[in-house]
Write a protein that binds this ligand. Structure first.
Ligand SMILES: *Cc1c(COP(=O)(O)O)cnc(C)c1O
Length: 811
């Protein structure tokens, strides 16, 4: 039955009244949201059930994507879009005299991730369902998401994110699918009479993992996959063993809060508990499902692909081994063969401070049997590789060394595929960071450049642009994003370029209205909107951006009549609460904003908006309004980046170093349609090797830059005595670890080129259009097709009544 507006209104009213026993007209938008979400859940429930049944009936291979973080964003609108009823429902709601946008805004934005890694996992869930690939997400149902960020006197303050306060309509608690997780105690191996060693456990602490499932709705294809998030509870039958409140607190703590560190490793016991908790729960539930099919164990890798998103779920490897060995009685060789064939691993970083390693004693105490298995994996690796590669190379690749367990080494040795997330990143892994492993296992290494879902980041976030593209090239691109390239045919079409520019202006006005209402800042929507939105990290170099703003400020102060392209600088960034330096940069930028925004000499030439609490929903507001996308990390440091892709898709021009996926953006749009600056990865490496870099020398030869830095410590910027000094010292005394000063001049020059180009509106619009039209290859649909074909080996798709994705070929 197709849903018409009239049927919708009737059904929606029924749902609402059954829940509230009152008139819709008198209700709050929160109540309306709850009713609408329930309606959608009900509307899609048959497909959810049937998708699951189809996978069982056809015994298709299924993918399990293990990720410690998911950052899904609000789900109401994206579910409506994917169900193909967005317009019907919006019309119905409006006809009922209700405010659709207010309803949409009432949904909480679940922040169960820190940034890029979690958002990637959610983009992937959307693409997996939209490609009708049998796939499941597996993660943690954090009671509190990433902290809410507020600014008080320009300082970041963190508040708890109690996202479940009003319940979560999308999830379904599946108590009957709960599994037990064992921590601590002692374990020893004992002969079982059949000549097999079995582990005997004593004094373990048993904790219940209860799954909460959320439907992942595919785009107009009747597929609803499953995202399973686990919650820790005291098992009812063991209530008696949890006597003290301290013990009870410990259980609740496991899934209480998301660690707020991005690209940084903290060796905390609770984090290790979380990692084992959700990997063990996920693996147990996979095994339970597999056993129901009564297939031989050798079929396991043909039916199951387990993907490990960064090393956080790498305990999948010893956990799968444990179950196959101890509970299913397989030989080591058989279990190891199955494990390696089933598991694949994505590396997300090359930065040493982000590489996970756990002290041996910690793992031994928390999960003693898992430790024994890791030790055995390590020993077998050594025994097998020494004859082939010699001692030196082999000992550089061991899992256990210096009293630590190196999680990346475990993930590489225990899997059949290791991928980086952009070409440069994969090359750096092969040639530098993981070179020893590349020597041993060259065929394991492959690249899978990240992607984004065009449904959320264009279709939903920028409906006007979507309509424009639809009228020009048809709707084919929605399921075949490579077709976006047809839009290039309009790059010289005046009418299209004008429409494009009107849409951008409208989106900028929408953001300006937000800035005004929220921060009482008046923005000129015709100014150039310059956007840097991402976690705050030294390597991402928000500082370089801020120094450029300071440079402009000084130019205006020297000559208040100077003609400068007016710019609005937009920042969005959370800093990890323990990352003091990052928080000091936030304070610096906020103080700079305070100074610049209120200086009458400056007027509209510079405005700075640092939005509070950056997350998916704010990204959806900011990205369509961007003219320039700041992707200015030090070359070699940003594994891929994905905000670069979202911004390009929405017609922003990229200000870029040759880092991560920026290089691939450059290759697609051509050097004329991107602003490049800064050192290359090779130049950075040479500089590091030679060790001649001296930031003081750079300063000595650049009085202008010297003057800019002086502003950090001479009182020009009020109220940053401490922060200004620390930042100054990091650049001058401590020799500028991220080469901010080295890249400064070429950055400013690139910004000047951007200013000049912005004067030529038709040409700017043309370049914006070329960026949009070139962004198809960054659809996560393609990324996922490549994972499916080259890593997971899932070719089968359930085809009942539907032919999915006709002619959709990766480019
Ligand atoms: C896309 C996205 C990111 C990743 O941004 P990068 O610039 O690639 O680091 C982080 N946070 C949110 C909310 C996002 O949507």
């Amino acid at each position: 039955m197709t849903l018409t507006t009239n049927i919708f209104k009737k059904e929606f009213k029924k749902v609402f009244e059954s829940q509230h026993a009152s008139n819709i007209k008198d209700s709050s938008s929160e109540q309306q949201y709850a009713a609408l979400a329930n309606f959608i859940k009900f509307y899609s429930s048959d497909n959810w059930k049937q998708t699951n049944q189809l996978y069982i009936d056809e015994q298709v291979k299924q993918v399990y994507y293990f990720s410690m973080e998911f950052l899904p964003g609000r789900m109401l609108k994206s579910n409506l879009l994917n169900l193909g009823i967005l317009d019907t429902v919006r019309d119905g709601i409006t006809e009922m005299g209700l405010d659709f946008d207010a309803i949409v805004q009432s949904e909480v934005d679940p922040a169960l991730g820190n940034g890029g890694l979690g958002r990637l996992a959610s983009c992937f869930m959307d693409s997996i369902a939209s490609l009708a690939i049998p796939g499941n997400g597996n993660g943690i149902r954090y009671r509190y998401g990433l902290f809410q960020q507020r600014f008080v006197d320009g300082y970041q303050v963190e508040l708890p994110d109690n996202w479940l306060r009003n319940g979560n309509i999308w999830e379904v608690r599946k108590e009957n699918k709960a599994v037990m997780i064992r921590f601590g105690g002692e374990v020893y191996l004992k002969e079982d009479g059949e000549n097999k060693l079995r582990p005997i456990y004593s004094n373990t602490q048993n904790i219940l993992a209860v799954p909460y499932d959320t439907g992942m709705i595919g785009y107009e294809n009747d597929v609803v996959n499953n995202l399973r998030l686990w919650s820790a509870e005291i098992p009812p039958e063991e209530e008696i063993n949890f006597k003290t409140s301290a013990e009870r607190v410990l259980v609740n703590q496991i899934t209480e809060v998301l660690y707020p560190d991005d690209s940084n490793y903290e060796g905390q016991l609770l984090r290790l508990r979380q990692e084992y908790f959700f990997t063990s729960a996920g693996i147990q539930s996979i095994i339970r499902f597999f056993k129901k099919q009564q297939l031989p164990w050798s079929e396991f890798p043909n039916k199951i692909a387990i993907h490990v998103n960064d090393t956080h779920p790498a305990l999948c490897i010893p956990e799968l081994m444990r179950i196959l060995l101890d509970e299913e009685g397989l030989s080591w060789e058989k279990a190891w063969d199955i494990t390696k064939k089933s598991i694949s691993y994505t590396n997300h970083t090359i930065m040493q401070e982000a590489m996970e390693k756990w002290p041996v004693h910690m793992v031994q105490e928390l999960i003693p049997r898992i430790y024994q298995i890791i030790e055995a994996i390590n020993q077998r690796h050594i025994d097998k590789k020494i004859p082939l590669y010699g001692e030196e190379l082999t000992y550089r690749t061991t899992i256990i060394s210096d009293g630590n367990i190196k999680m990346a080494n475990l993930a590489i040795i225990g899997s059949h595929s290791v991928n980086g997330v952009a070409q440069l990143h994969t090359d750096i892994l092969k040639e530098e960071i993981l070179h020893d492993f590349y020597e041993m296992y060259p065929s394991k290494f492959n690249n899978k450049t990240n992607g984004i879902t065009q449904r959320r980041w264009l279709h939903l976030a920028n409906e006007k642009l979507t309509q424009l593209i639809d009228t020009k090239i048809g709707k084919e691109w929605k399921t075949s994003p490579a077709e976006l390239r047809q839009f290039k045919a309009y790059s010289k079409d005046e009418e299209t370029l004008n429409l494009l520019s009107d849409i951008k202006l409208e989106n900028k006005k929408r953001f300006a209205a937000y800035a005004k209402e929220k921060y009482a800042i008046e923005l000129d929507p015709t100014a150039l909107f310059d956007v840097q939105i991402k976690r705050l990290h030294a390597y991402k170099r928000q500082l370089l951006n801020a120094l450029h703003i300071l440079d402009r400020y000084l130019k205006i102060k020297d000559d208040p009549k100077i003609e400068l392209q007016p710019r609005v600088f937009i920042f969005g960034a959370k800093a990890a609460p323990s990352y003091i330096y990052a928080k000091q940069i936030i304070k610096f930028i906020n103080a700079l904003a305070e100074l610049v925004n209120n200086d009458p000499d400056v007027g509209n030439k510079i405005k700075i908006v640092f939005v509070e609490n950056y997350g998916v929903s704010l990204a959806e507001l900011i990205i369509p309004a961007a003219d320039i996308s700041e992707q200015i990390s030090l070359a070699g440091k940003e594994a891929s980046g994905t905000s670069n892709m979202k911004l390009m898709l929405n017609g922003a021009l990229t200000m870029a170093t040759l880092d991560g996926a920026n290089i691939e953006i450059k290759d697609l749009v051509g050097e004329d349609n991107i602003f490049l600056f800064g050192m290359t990865n090779d130049e950075v490496n040479r500089m590091n090797r030679e060790g001649h870099y001296s930031s003081k020398t750079v300063l000595k030869n650049n009085p202008r830059l010297n003057r800019i830095l002086e502003c950090l410590i001479n009182g020009t910027i009020p109220d940053i005595e401490v922060e200004g000094r620390v930042i100054y010292d990091s650049l001058v005394q401590y020799n500028d670890e991220y080469y901010v000063l080295q890249d400064f001049e070429s950055f400013v020059a690139a910004q000047e080129r951007a200013d000049i180009l912005y004067q030529d509106k038709p040409l700017w619009n043309q370049k914006a259009l070329i960026n949009i039209a070139s962004s198809g290859p960054f659809s996560a649909d393609f990324t996922i097709m490549r994972y499916a074909e080259e890593i997971w080996n899932v070719k089968e798709r359930p085809t009942k009544d539907k032919v999915f994705l006709k002619g959709n070929q990766p480019v």
